[in-house]
Design a protein around this ligand. Sequence first.
Ligand SMILES: [Zn+2]
Length: 82
Amino acid sequence: MSRKAQRGKNNRPLTRPMRARVHSRCSKTGKQRYYDQLEAMIALQSTFQTDKGKRQERRFYRCPFCRGWHLTSQELRLAPTG
Ligand SMILES: [Zn+2]
């Protein structure tokens, strides 16, 4: 009867933070993906201060592909080109 000592595998305390809002990227658009509207809004406002000279993001929108939120520099239009 061989009985292994069960230790070392599930004996580790959970150190993973509760707020696992990892900013992944959208596989469809390749854009930075935000968790919710509020995060997108904050990120948008931060670009007003930091991204001077670069392309200016104008608004945020809900992505139908990843269900996340993205920033865009394009004005709202019904038929986006490109
Ligand atoms: Zn997306």
